[in-house]
Design a protein around this ligand. Structure first.
Ligand code: SAM
Length: 228
């Protein structure tokens, strides 16, 4: 249960320098004085599973800090070890990715501040097929309000699933929310991140092996809700 992992009260209570020791949070200002600036995660992978997306994105955005959030303890430990082994084997690389064990549906704003994220990923979330369990889905009208809070205006939310009904549900929730708008077909086609989603994660590779179909949504966090 949640009582088994510590939960920061606010993002500034979380020690990000333990997660990203290769990134200094001390910058020099124009007068040469040292000043602290917080280490800010810009990409979050919710329900990151075995971490395939983080590992794939890390070298593509080497100066962007990325955090996986995963509920299962053993899976989180696996991702920690995977990242640590990659850092050891490739000096100077993979320092920008890390993972935390948490329940993102309850605690995302405890780790990430307002308008902090540039990208937020939900790849192959649990489908919760039964209607009475739809409220447990990781994309829902009330959770989208939280995602709008942590995303910067212009930030992108990516969802991917092999369950057609869930894909339609996620798209329906996003369409109905005033703070999200879909990227155009052209924007999605030219987005290098959208292109790798299918093959980046362990779940995606499994679906591809079985020649399954996937359903993707890519939406932008609006600056302001549309006016009537
Ligand atoms: N995204 C990965 C992939 O594509 O391979 C994993 C997909 S797996 C089907 C869904 C993952 O979400 C599981 O690892 C599960 O433990 C995690 N998960 C489910 N609910 C969660 C929550 N509330 N907070 C964090 N992780 C959660």
């Amino acid at each position: 249960s949640d009582s088994h992992f510590p939960i920061p009260i606010t993002p500034s209570d979380f020690n990000y320098s333990l997660h990203f020791p290769h990134f200094s949070n001390v910058n020099s200002n124009s007068e040469g004085q040292q000043k602290d600036s917080p280490l800010l995660v810009r990409f979050a992978d919710v329900g990151c599973g075995f971490g395939g997306l983080l590992v794939r994105l890390s070298p593509l955005f080497p100066t962007t800090l990325m955090l996986g959030m995963e509920l299962r303890d053993k899976v989180t430990e696996y991702v920690k070890e995977r990242i640590s082994a990659l850092r050891d084997a490739n000096p100077g690389q993979y320092g920008n990715i890390s993972v935390v064990r948490t329940n993102s549906m309850k605690y995302l704003p405890n780790y990430i501040g307002k308008a902090q994220l540039q990208k937020l990923f939900f790849l192959f979330p649990d489908p919760h097929f039964k209607e009475k369990n739809h409220r447990r889905r990781v994309i829902s009208p009330h959770l989208l309000a939280e995602y709008a809070y942590v995303l910067a205006p212009g930030g992108i939310i990516y969802t991917l699933t092999d369950v057609e009904e869930l894909g339609a549900w996620m798209e329906g929730c996003l369409d109905a929310h005033p703070l999200f708008e879909p990227l155009s077909e052209e924007e999605v086609c030219t987005d290098p991140v959208a292109a790798i989603l299918d093959s980046a994660t362990e779940e995606g590779q499994k679906v591809a092996r079985n020649e399954g179909q996937t359903f993707r949504s890519v939406y932008r966090r609006r600056v302001l809700p549309p006016t009537e």
